[in-house]
Design a binder for this molecule. Structure first.
Ligand code: EPU
Length: 437
């Protein structure tokens, strides 16, 4: 089990360069399955989620090669069924396999999907995905070790309505509808920038997709798609994470590759908390300008709201703001587990079942601790912590870097699911740490 021993209390200062978004790159890789020719994806980060998807694609006959740093070639000329036992070896390692369903049904007429993994931040059911696939004509059979799908009559365009604008279910509709016969109309779609980038990729491949107002996406199925060449959208979750790290450690971090348009909502909150930023052509500088930080009241939401993935790193910075901050998490029912460790380090964070925000959410009046009140500023002290999930783990690292004293953070390999060269970046920012495998 990998562990970092970190001596905190030192501002993080320097530059980190980020690549494509984990939450786009992995889906773009799956999209390559739909093409009749090879695709080229640029700015692919070396993270374990990309490795898992690469292995699953390779099991299905996709030839994957790399020529220079971050450039991936995916050749789907020989897509074939994989052995269930090989697929099953990847059970629990990622959530992306569910997105293989549509492309594999189109290419092979059948699909077997292992049981899913991903961060433990809520139940994370796949009911929307399965319902969507049934609408297209898929027949679904749950097996003890995964899910088997077939499409005896082919996949046909459908009118689909999502009860919640789920990112994954919207991607499911996109990846299934582009080659389905006829028209698909999706209402209640998620419209995150990563989804727009996936739509751009599919358009390059030959798909016909329009995004209307009010979360409606229309797709006219086509008979054939080719490969694409595409530079992935930057990882705005990683950019926001380093921004929060700069604030929490009173540091100054230039995030190369970050762009303003996809981060506007984050930038507003960052400024309200008291952080400063400068937008350059090649990235954004985030820094603590000195003085006190301010408390804020935020609700996480689907785009264009404040992303749930930004909440966890920001909470660490909010422990240093003067007064009471409130964070209402409306996307996942269980994303405040990471606050226990912060409280052990001296933070004062209380979590509540009530919706402590302007908008009552799906989780109100139920048994979910989905609102947090953070009282600050509190000095953070070193502790021994175990990383619970990707973003929570990053937050724990930031807390350890901000805290006085020496902390031991274990299970840190989880952070490499979503942050490329994490340790190298920490070193470049002047962090004082040692790493044991
Ligand atoms: N949901 C259902 N049923 C479904 C699908 C989703 O009830 O069939 C619920 C979920 O339980 C959750 C909500 O809908 O409460 C939103 O889930 P969504 O489907 O939007 O999330 P996802 O596609 O599983 C992606 C990212 C997450 C990110 C969310 C929200 C990937 C691989 N993951 O998850 O990223 O938080 O969208 O933007 O793209 C992360 O990067 O740390 C991360 C968790």
């Amino acid at each position: 089990m990998s562990q970092i021993t970190v001596t905190g209390g030192k501002p993080l200062v320097g530059r980190v360069d980020i690549k494509g978004a984990k939450n786009l790159v992995t889906k773009a890789m799956v999209a390559a399955l739909l093409g009749h020719s090879a695709s080229v994806l640029k700015d692919v980060p070396k993270i374990s989620d990309v490795e898992v998807v690469s292995r699953l694609l390779q099991l299905h006959g996709v030839l994957i090669t790399h020529d220079e740093d971050g450039v991936m070639h995916l050749d789907p000329s020989n897509v074939e069924s994989a052995r269930m036992v090989d697929i099953d070896a990847h059970a629990g390692s990622s959530r992306i396999p569910i997105l293989f369903c549509g492309p594999l049904l189109h290419r092979l007429g059948e699909a077997f999907i292992p049981d899913l993994g991903g961060c433990h931040i809520g139940d994370r059911p796949i009911d929307f995905h399965l319902e969507v696939l049934r609408n297209f004509g898929a027949v679904i059979e749950k097996l003890p070790n995964g899910t088997r799908l077939s499409a005896p009559e082919g996949l046909k365009g459908a009118k689909v309505s999502l009860p919640y604008p789920s990112v994954g279910a919207t991607e499911q509709v996109l990846l299934t509808s582009v080659l389905a016969e006829g028209i698909t109309e999706l209402s209640g779609a998620a419209i995150e920038p990563e989804i727009m980038d996936l739509i751009a990729i599919l358009q390059k491949m030959g798909a016909v997709i329009s995004v209307d107002t009010d979360r409606v996406i229309r797709v006219e199925g086509v008979e054939r798609l080719e490969g694409y060449t595409h530079r992935a959208l930057f990882d705005r979750n990683e950019a926001a994470s380093w921004a929060a790290a700069a604030l929490a450690t009173q540091g100054d971090i230039f995030v190369g590759g970050a762009r303003q348009p996809e981060m506007m909502t984050f930038l507003n909150v960052f400024r309200k908390v008291g952080g400063a930023f400068e937008i350059e052509d090649d990235g954004i500088r985030f820094y603590h300008p000195g003085g006190e930080l301010n408390p804020v009241v935020i609700e996480t939401d689907v785009h264009p709201g404040f992303m749930t993935d930004w909440q966890q790193p920001l909470v660490v910075a909010l422990t240093q703001a003067k007064g009471l901050s409130i964070v209402h998490e409306t996307v996942y029912e269980n994303r405040f587990g990471f606050t226990d460790a912060l409280n052990d380090m001296g933070a004062q964070i209380q979590i509540y079942r009530e919706c402590l925000g302007g908008t009552p959410c799906r989780f109100g009046q139920r048994n979910f601790y989905h609102s947090a009140v953070i009282s600050g500023p509190t000095a953070l002290k070193a502790a021994d912590i175990r990383v619970p999930d990707l973003r929570g783990g990053f937050s724990h690292m930031v807390a350890a870097l901000a805290a006085e004293g020496t902390s031991n953070v274990s299970n840190v390999q989880l952070i490499s699911r979503g942050y490329e060269h994490f340790l190298d970046k920490l070193a470049a920012l002047g962090a004082d740490f040692s790493y044991t495998e």
